[in-house]
Design a protein around this ligand. Sequence first.
Ligand code: S3P
Length: 440
Amino acid sequence: MNQFCSKISNSLNGNIEVPGDKSISQRILILGSIAIGTTKIKGLSSSDDVKNLIKNLKLLGVKIKKSKILTSVSGVGIGGLISTKKKLYMGNSGTATRLMLGILCNQNFEAKITGDKSLNKRNMYELIKPLRQMGAQINCKNNNLPIIIRGYNETMPIFYEQKIPSAQIKSAILFASLNSQGLTTIIEKIATRNHTEILLKKLGAEIKINKFKEKKIIKITGQKELKARSISIGGDLSAAAIVGSAALITPKSQIKIKKVNMNKTRITFFNVLKKMNANIKISNNKKKSSEQIGDITFKSSNLKGIHLGKKIVANMIDEIPIFSILAAFASGNSSFCGGEELKNKESNRIKSLYEGLTLCKIKVIKKLDGLQIIGNGKNNIIGGTKIKTYYDHRIAMAFLVMGLASKKKIIIDNADCIKTSFPNFITLMRNLGANISKRK
Ligand code: S3P
């Protein structure tokens, strides 16, 4: 296990780009694999999650070629994947697992999916249920990986009303519906990230989206072949959120992150930052490959606390770890609630954050589905501890950022997990001026 520590840093400055968006990268690789024709992708995420997914799609008969700039995927048609005797190893990726379960519903063979220790503990029940309704045979113990799934040439359409807000579950059902004869309807009470819908429309799927009062209604008719399209992916907003937050809490800092995906369903965190008095500015915001892409500048700020409700939390679910760190540096109290899903992420994030912040001597109160964080204000964070990351990349990066503005260093027990989403995080932070080093 590679332990790293971060220490107080004078200032962070520079113009950078972060890896391509992981959610879009995973979706386009899968959709490109089952489209007709060749999909050319620019800006694919360099994360381990994406690398594992590529290996799995190759095992299922898809030809994927990667150069430094372009990735090309030769599609085999919706039900055209071929079976493999090998296990599909998903590493740490809950997203790739769920999306692949969706697509495997349409394949007339049996596949075995497994993951690393952390992924194998994550509960898949909320997805297994609708996929079984659609006709997939799914065998597993306690709704955990390893899972054996057997799909068919044709799935059954379903009517699905969201219980918990989850873009992964929505997307997996949409993928499973691609080979069904008839209309599948998904109702979202809280709208989640919409990259799947955008891509499906772009590739020619028969998908319609309407709003009824507060609800989003998605209707999709299956058995329509998808047509390959080229795409350019913007930087991962969740990665940008972590790097940018470091500038907010360190003195005399200014970081510009260029070409970040600014999809409306993802920018909630930036809106929250503005309400926290953060000095941030979005510029150059343009549409590219059907998504908004823009630059964002973060400057040192005096943050104030804020309270976040369920809907906001669902729309910045991956930013809750870094939000909690910023809340500690804010003046006044902050809180979030309605984050039940946080318990089923790469770690139980409510627990990991509670433990880590408490060890850093921040006053935190644990709630059933959230935390209340008593802000210490700038320059008052003690730190001086070792954080258990539970192999969760976002917990690891968030606490490294915290150490950059704490009185005493913060050590993280394992930095290896960071490559799950952001392999060059430490190098990039050091180039900006961050005092991060490996512990010998
Ligand atoms: C993702 C959706 C989110 C997020 C995850 C990626 C996706 O999960 O936490 O990191 O790509 O669909 P939900 O399924 O909770 O929305």
